[in-house]
Design a protein around this ligand. Structure first.
Ligand SMILES: NC(=O)c1ccc[n+]([C@@H]2O[C@H](COP(=O)([O-])OP(=O)(O)OC[C@H]3O[C@@H](n4cnc5c(N)ncnc54)[C@H](O)[C@@H]3O)[C@@H](O)[C@H]2O)c1
Length: 281
C-alpha cells in the first residue's frame, strides 16, 4: 500500500516505521507543525491534509498517489482533514479521538464524495476483544442490581481529550446491553451517582499508553476486568490491518486492491476476521 500519514506525531512516526517494516510505502505526510521537509524515511511533508490530498489524491499530477491516509492528529482538525482527503478520493483510516460530535457531518461528506472512511477510537485488537468481553460481562451482571457498574481510564499527561474515545465506546457498549444503566457520566461528581448512571472516570498521568478498567461491585465482592496497552505498536499495527482490510490488500507488502466504499469501524474488521475463522472450522 502507498500510505499517506496525516499528523506526524507519536503515532505518525510509529505508523511510518511499522508500515515500512511490513513492506508498505510512505507516499507523503502532512503536519503543519513538523519543522522538517521530509519524514525520517524521506517522504515529503505537506503543510496540510488538503495540500497533500491535492498532490496525492485522484486530482494529483505526477506524484505517486496515496492508496490510503492514516489520520492521527488532534480533535479540532480531524473532521476537516478527513473531508479534504475524501473529496480527493483518498480512503481514510481515522484514529484521532475527540471529534465524534462531527461524525454525522463527516459521514455525509465521505458518502457524497463516494469515498471511504474507517474510524475507531482505538485500533488495538485487544481492546476490541475487551469490548466484547465487557458486553458479555455486563449482560451477565444486568439482572443483579447489587452489582453496580463503573470504571476508569488512565492515559499519559499529553493526551488532549478526556474521557478517552475508548472509554466512551466502552460506556456506550455497556449502556447498549444493560437495562438498568441508561446514562454515562464522566465528570467529577459532587453528588452520589444515580442507580441508572454509569460513572466512568479519567486520570492523566506520566506516559501511560492506555488503561481501561471496569468493575462490577457488590457489597460482598468486586469483579474487575482491565485492558492495559503496553505500547503504541499494538495500536499502529491494528490501524495498518484496518487499512489493509479497507483496501482489500491481501497482505503486508502486497499492492492495494479496490477500496471498500462507505463508512466502517474496527468492529467491521473484527466481525470479518471472526466470521472467516468460523467458516474454516
Ligand atoms: N485510535 C487509536 O487507536 C489511537 C491510538 C493512539 C492515539 N490516538 C489518537 O490519535 C491522535 C494523535 O495521537 P498522537 O499520540 O500521535 O498525538 P501527537 O500529539 O504526538 O501527534 C499529533 C500530531 O498531529 C499534528 N497536527 C496538528 N494539527 C494538524 C493538522 N491540521 N494537520 C496535520 N497534522 C496536524 C501535530 O503537529 C502532531 O505532530 C490523538 O487524538 C490520540 O488520542 C488514537
Amino acid at each position: 500500500m502507498n500510505i499517506a500519514i496525516i499528523g506526524y506525531g507519536k503515532m505518525g512516526k510509529i505508523l511510518e516505521s511499522l508500515a515500512l517494516e511490513r513492506g508498505h510505502r510512505i507516499a507523503g505526510a502532512a503536519d503543519p507543525f513538523y519543522g522538517e521537509p521530509r519524514t525520517a524515511s524521506g517522504a515529503r511533508v505537506f503543510k496540510s491534509a488538503a495540500e497533500l490530498a491535492a498532490a496525492l489524491g485522484e486530482a494529483g499530477g505526477g506524484a505517486p498517489a496515496a492508496d490510503v491516509a492514516l489520520e492521527f492528529t488532534r480533535p479540532d482538525t480531524a473532521a476537516a482533514n478527513i473531508r479534504a482527503l475524501a473529496e480527493k478520493g483518498i480512503p481514510v483510516v481515522a484514529g484521532t479521538t475527540g471529534w465524534l460530535d462531527r461524525l454525522e457531518e463527516v459521514k455525509a461528506a465521505v458518502k457524497a464524495a463516494g469515498s471511504s472512511l474507517l474510524w475507531a477510537s482505538n485500533f488495538s485488537l485487544g481492546v476490541h476483544i475487551f469490548f466484547r468481553i465487557a458486553a458479555f460481562a455486563a449482560k451477565l451482571a444486568d439482572p443483579f442490581p447489587e452489582y453496580d457498574v463503573g470504571g476508569f481510564e488512565v492515559h499519559h499527561n499529553k493526551k488532549a481529550d478526556s474521557p478517552s474515545g475508548t472509554a466512551k465506546t466502552l460506556a456506550e457498549t455497556l449502556l447498549g446491553v444493560m437495562t438498568r444503566k441508561t446514562t454515562a457520566v464522566y465528570q467529577t461528581l459532587d453528588r452520589p451517582p444515580g442507580p441508572e448512571e454509569l460513572h466512568y472516570a479519567s486520570l492523566r498521568v506520566g506516559s501511560a499508553p492506555g488503561v481501561h478498567s471496569l468493575c462490577f461491585d457488590s457489597p460482598a465482592d468486586t469483579i474487575e476486568i482491565t485492558h492495559t496497552a503496553r505500547n503504541r505498536e499494538g495500536l499502529a499495527s491494528g490501524a495498518l490491518a484496518a487499512a489493509q482490510w479497507l483496501l482489500n490488500c491481501p497482505g503486508p507488502g502486497k499492492p492495494a486492491g479496490k477500496a471498500r466504499r462507505g463508512i466502517f469501524t474496527m468492529d467491521d474488521v473484527l466481525e470479518d476476521i471472526i466470521s472467516a475463522k468460523e467458516c474454516k472450522e
